[in-house]
Design a protein around this ligand. Structure first.
Ligand SMILES: Nc1nc2c(ncn2[C@@H]2O[C@H](COP(=O)(O)OP(=O)(O)O)[C@@H](O)[C@H]2O)c(=O)[nH]1
Ligand SMILES: [Mg+2]
Length: 329
């Protein structure tokens, strides 16, 4: 069971610089030898694995990548300089294929591993190359070649680091859509009726972290009710849980108890997984009711919940900073 992050990008390597036609100018020699230099090669597009990246989020914001063209040749047989390579950083595990044929170009596994994905065009030849006994003053040169251009599909298998749990209607899906910068695809998921909702949330550092909103957690899930057991198995692979409780529920305390009971009955250490308790739909309660609920929750669980609202965005920033802090610690 895995999730797949995908991105489509266009890459175009640099064009080669043209060769030029030039002749040496010497005193008393009307036309010296041919001296046109070659053009420089175009820059390549190179993919490089970077272990600091976890997702393909960067490619949701930018899809076209160019490398620099080679420069034209110069007089005195000076070659034009080569175009700079363009290096695109991808998370380790990224697989690259040509979109039109589906052919896999390669995958980047280890940190710092590189793959040249589009070669720059060769620089053209200057007329100095065409000097021969038969032709002492050639005017021939060649143009630089176009760089390769590809439409690529990048694919990465993802693991959700953060799971959002809570009873149906707690606001899990709404929360994930209001904090996420991109929604990757769910692949190979064995259930047709209920699939987790995924969202890549952008960290202050710029990279993304995958959040999964896990549906189907109901009372009895650990014993196999509904599809809950399978979802609990999935949650097991997350590093951190956000437990959402609906502020407008008739009995938020009981709701908390139901979820905690399932976590503890499932075993596998899930109950002691780092967990942030958050009360959703904050804006539906006035200040006094919020305080009263906070006190009750603290009495029952010894936890101080964060109050959030996906509608007003209130508390979302604080929730996320706690998530980053706990993930990094
Ligand atoms: N008033 C209010 N309603 C919310 C908020 N977040 C979610 N909802 C509503 O609560 C209902 C259930 O939300 P949903 O995200 O589908 O819950 P899920 O079953 O946990 O995924 C929907 O009608 C949402 O519009 C919120 O912050 N404030
Ligand atoms: Mg939902």
């Amino acid at each position: 069971m895995h999730f797949i992050d995908q991105a489509r990008i266009t890459v175009k390597a640099g064009r080669g610089g043209d060769g030029i036609v030039a002749f040496r100018r010497e005193k008393y020699v009307p036309a010296g030898g041919p001296s046109g230099g070659d053009g420089g090669n175009g820059g390549n597009i190179i993919l490089k694995a970077d272990a600091n990246l976890q997702t393909l989020l960067d490619f949701k914001f930018k899809q076209i990548f160019l490398a620099e063209d080679g420069k034209r040749g110069g007089p005195n047989k000076r070659s034009g300089s080569a175009g700079k390579d363009s290096i695109l950083r991808v998370p380790p595990g990224t697989e690259v294929r040509d979109l039109s044929t589906g052919i896999i170009f390669g995958d980047l596994v280890d940190d710092e591993e590189t793959l040249v994905i589009a070669f720059g065009g060769r620089g053209g030849a200057g007329n100095a190359r065409y000097l021969s006994n038969r032709n002492r003053a050639p005017e021939k040169f060649t143009e630089g070649k176009e760089g390769e251009e590809w439409l690529l599909q990048l694919e990465l298998k993802l693991l959700a680091e953060v799971g959002i749990i809570g009873l149906p209607n707690a606001g899990k899906s709404t929360l994930i859509s209001s904090i996420s910068a991109a929604q990757p695809k769910v692949a190979d998921y064995p259930f047709t009726t209920l699939i987790p909702n995924l969202g890549v949330v952008q960290r202050p550092s710029g990279d993304g972290t995958l959040f999964a909103d896990i549906p189907g957690l109901i009372s009895g899930a650990a014993k196999g009710a509904g599809l809950g057991h399978d979802f609990l198995r999935h949650i097991q692979r997350t590093k951190l849980l956000i437990h959402l409780v609906d502020a407008s529920s008739l009995d938020p305390l009981q709701d908390i108890g139901v979820i905690e009971k399932e976590l503890s009955e499932y075993g596998h250490g899930l109950i002691s997984r780092t967990r942030i308790l958050a009360v959703s739909k904050k804006e539906l309660l006035d200040k006094e009711s919020q305080q009263a609920l906070l006190d009750q929750i603290f009495q029952q669980t010894s936890r101080k919940p964060i109050f959030i609202s996906a509608v007003t965005q209130d508390g979302l920033g604080e929730l996320l900073s706690q998530v980053w802090e706990k993930l990094d610690s």
